[in-house]
Design a protein around this ligand. Structure first.
Ligand code: ATP
Length: 235
């Protein structure tokens, strides 16, 4: 496996019309790493994931995937390259069953070894409820299904937007406990998280965004909670 990063952001800007949401954001995502992005409401975390996923335009050379500039590619091309987004709010297809939702993730036809049975090994409850409508699942189960659907595309990078939002602590622990298994095969995982402690526990590396700018970029092992909190609130 190459040591070159799977994803690099170089001075990335993002705008909503005249409003600039991200300012010169630079990041490096190593292969097989788990990276957390923390920041307060409105810091630009979702905008960043949407920009990487091709849902918002940016400069061509602001996003390098496997060394190739992809910043102006549309979302379907970015997905075909192996960047999968687990969107905030899960966005499952409500009229479809759990299994049908998972199979939609497999439509990209990328090579790899994520199968329905591997997803059911990872999240056994999804196997038990595979014929149930997605809407009948609990919030935590829906989050598992959204992660499973993204994994079915055999991505090289999994972008997870606020996977703990609205979930009970025990469910959050259960989902986070699976991340090392997910990353074990060399997949990189980027998680947007508001809970600093959760983000530090889960990740090898952490970035903090404040008002669209990176205020912290460090390996989690070397950091204290106070340092992250200071970057989070800009104190
Ligand atoms: P949250 O945790 O609340 O989701 P966030 O860190 O993900 O926050 P973003 O949703 O990326 O932040 O928002 C960054 C900035 O961009 C905010 O000032 C927000 O108001 C603005 N913004 C987000 N979406 C839009 C939009 N569709 N149109 C205009 N401005 C937007």
């Amino acid at each position: 496996m190459s040591d070159a990063p799977i994803l690099e952001l170089r001075r990335l800007d993002a705008h909503y019309g005249d409003f600039q949401a991200l300012f010169s954001v630079s990041m490096t995502i190593a292969r097989g790493s788990i990276v957390s992005i923390v920041g307060a409401n409105g810091a630009g975390k979702s905008t960043l994931l949407k920009t990487i996923a091709g849902l918002m335009p940016t400069r061509e050379d602001a996003v390098l995937f496997d060394g190739q500039p992809i910043g102006s590619e549309p979302a379907f091309k970015v997905a075909a390259r192996g960047i999968a987004l687990v969107p905030e709010g899960r966005k499952l297809f409500p009229s479809l069953s759990v299994e049908e939702n998972l199979m939609i993730g497999g439509q990209t036809k990328r090579p790899g070894n994520w199968t329905l049975s591997r997803i059911y090994d990872l999240f056994p409850i999804l196997g038990e409820r595979r014929r149930a409508p997605a809407t009948s699942l609990s919030g935590g189960q829906q989050q598992m299904a959204a992660i499973g659907r993204a994994l079915m595309s055999n991505p090289q990078i999994l972008l997870c937007d606020e996977i703990s939002l609205g979930l009970a602590p025990i469910v959050i622990r259960d989902i986070y406990a699976r991340l090392p298994d997910i990353a074990a095969g060399g997949l990189s995982v980027v998680i947007v998280e508001q809970d600093v402690m959760q983000a530090m526990r889960a990740a090898n590396h952490i970035y903090c965004l404040q008002e669209g700018r990176v205020t912290l970029n460090a390996p989690t092992g070397s950091l204290s909670r106070d340092e992250v909190t200071a970057a989070y609130f800009g104190v």
